[in-house]
Design a protein around this ligand. Structure first.
Ligand SMILES: [Cu+2]
Length: 120
């Protein structure tokens, strides 16, 4: 192989390597928080995060009805999912305060399926 081809190969490998490093760092900067839903509550019922922190909620439905996880103020919500499934919501809170998360399926919120998201 001539020199130009070797330089091209080295450049391609270097660029791919940088891409992998950037991707790994962006995943590292996302905080995964597991939330389990049952009929009709969330565990945990309180989540503390920091303003500007990228959050990924991994919502697991351990109940016997469809459930979801919603925070109106940050447009954060998972899909309503059937028992035994999970769904994710990714968001970055841009204001501090205490916010309510709830299940928006039927009247689950009124039945007590709520929790507090505290942004510090
Ligand atoms: Cu529900």
């Amino acid at each position: 192989m001539n020199k130009k081809i070797w330089i091209a190969v080295i450049l391609i490998v270097a660029i791919a390597g940088i891409g992998i490093i950037i991707k790994t760092n962006s995943l590292k900067n996302t905080r995964l928080i597991e939330v389990v839903g049952t009929n009709f509550s969330f565990s945990p019922s309180e989540i503390k995060v920091k303003k500007g922190e990228r959050i990924e909620i991994v919502f697991i439905n351990n109940g016997s009805y469809p459930h979801n996880w919603v925070v109106d103020e940050f447009n954060a919500q998972t899909l309503p999912i059937n028992p035994g499934h999970n769904s994710n919501a990714i968001f970055t809170p841009d204001k501090t305060g205490k916010f309510t998360y709830y299940c928006s399926v039927n009247s689950h919120r009124e039945k007590g399926m709520i929790g507090s998201l505290i942004v510090e």
